[in-house]
Design a protein around this ligand. Structure first.
Ligand code: FAD
Length: 424
């Protein structure tokens, strides 16, 4: 297989300016873009990554102040990061393993709850909780030492795809020609729009308010989630040092009000919601970060490859799918896109280009099922717990208790939450 050097300029028909060429161009500097670019370079493909935010130095998080963006990382994400040689390089004192998950219904009755346990499932942990910056910083460090990867801090203005590849025109006026373009350019993906890939989009009319708290009782390595009457959902995810990270999904109006609360007003909120169950569980909570709010929506691209006539672009991460954070799975799903793409491209026959249609179709097929299933489950759960009729209220709470009694269903739920990736 002949790979093209990223630094060799070439004249491309129809363009007077010289255009640089590369095997793969990754557009996007979020965690999925960074992980994908690093992984592609590691399998020997000349890779260029472009995003406006790549110029920012993501500092290694330190000290008692924890980052604003906290994620639940599933075992599939751990496996990908280990494969990329990132996992062992992380500062593990800033990662909290989750051994139990406790989910409570909105009637406040004792039996309306679901308990998932790593011990019962025969796995060391169900997930880890950690900061976005922790992963991003380590990915940045590893990328600096990867000589097949070049990173450019700029935006892609537009692309042109043809039968042989893709040309991306950058905001700085230059252009890059690649055999394959990976669009990791987020929920509003300009590349998805430019390719005319339709996406179904639905606003939840909710925002998630996130904040970190120090609690007086131990969190017992447990992730808690309370469904509240009216459709709000409060998750408290454990962090090291008796801290928890809150994700409170609520109406956009209430989110705006929550952002204005001072410490005493927050204490009043916690004493009333879920009949005070949050403070009964975690004790007094002291605010340890500046709260922030993120609007919530569901997006699913109809296709994960394009353009239709001759695909040379794959969508990964939020560019392909966005979901409600109630299951803490959006990024994990995006990193499974990365794992599958790396597996397919890493195992390709030597005569196949990275944008060979057979490979891209394989990628799309493999990602459809996982994506549809997770989007469906999170969407249905969200809607079931927002519904206000008595029947639905009884059904959802009864359902939680029923699932809790079934070892078989719980095991399947855990298997789905753990996720599967394969590099062999
Ligand atoms: C409140 C909340 C809590 C969440 N919690 C979890 C969780 O616990 N676990 C989990 O797995 N997921 C979680 N998620 C989901 C997760 O945040 C997203 O799925 C993830 O951040 C998406 O990453 P990404 O790299 O695909 O996109 P982004 O992080 O949005 O990155 C997009 C990148 O594309 C770049 N870009 C855009 N346009 C251009 C252009 N024209 N040219 C070049 N670059 C461009 C941007 O600059 C950026 O670098 C949560 C989401 C929310 C809202």
């Amino acid at each position: 297989m002949s790979e093209v050097s990223p630094n060799s300029p070439t004249n491309y028909p129809g363009h007077s300016a010289q255009i640089r060429t590369t095997d793969v161009l990754v557009v996007g500097g979020g965690i999925t873009g960074k992980a994908c670019a690093l992984g592609l370079a590691q399998i020997g493909l000349q890779t260029i990554e472009i995003a406006p935010d790549l110029g920012q130095n993501v500092e290694s998080p330190q000290g008692a102040q924890w980052g604003q963006r906290i994620y639940a990382f599933s075992p599939s994400t751990q496996k990908l990061l280990a494969h990329l040689q990132i996992w062992d390089a992380l500062d593990h004192s800033r990662l909290q393993a989750v051994r139990d998950m406790r989910i409570y219904g909105d009637r406040g009755e004792k039996n309306d709850q679901l308990h998932l346990s790593a011990f019962e499932a025969g796995t060391p942990q169900l997930a880890w909780i950690g900061e976005s910056n922790l992963i991003e910083h380590t990915l940045d460090q590893a990328s600096r030492f990867q000589n097949k990867l070049e990173r450019i801090s700029d935006a892609v203005n537009c692309i042109e795809a043809d039968a042989d590849g893709v040309t991306a025109h950058l905001a700085n006026g230059s252009a890059i020609r690649a055999k394959l373009l990976v669009a990791a350019d987020g929920a509003n993906s300009p590349i998805r729009t430019e390719l005319g890939i339709t996406a179904t989009e639905e606003s939840y009319s909710q925002s998630a308010v996130v904040a970190n708290w120090t609690c007086t009782y131990p969190h017992l390595e447990t992730a808690f989630q309370w469904f509240l009457p009216g459709g709000d959902i409060v998750a408290m995810l454990p962090l090291p040092d008796k801290q928890v990270s809150m994700v409170w999904s609520t109406s956009s109006e209430n989110a705006a009000q929550l952002l204005q609360l001072n410490q005493d007003q927050w204490a009043d909120q916690f004493s009333t919601i879920a009949n005070g169950a949050i403070i009964k569980q975690l004790g007094d909570l002291t605010l340890n970060s500046v709260p922030a709010a993120f609007p919530l929506r569901k997006i699913r691209a109809q296709r994960f490859i394009g353009p239709e006539a001759s695909p040379k672009v794959v969508l990964i991460g939020d560019a392909a799918h966005v979901m409600h954070p109630l299951a803490g799975q959006g990024l994990n799903l995006g990193l499974r896109d990365v794992a599958v793409l790396l597996h397919i491209l890493g195992k390709r026959e030597s005569f196949r280009s990275p944008s060979d249609l057979v490979l891209l179709r394989r990628y799309e097929r493999q990602r459809q099922g996982d994506t549809s299933a997770l989007l469906w489950v999170t969407d249905k759960l969200k809607k079931l717990f927002s519904a206000s009729s008595n029947t639905e209220r009884q059904l959802r709470n009864w359902g939680l208790g029923l699932v809790n009694k079934s070892h078989f269903i719980k095991q399947r739920l855990i298997e789905r939450a753990l996720g599967e990736v394969d590099f062999d």
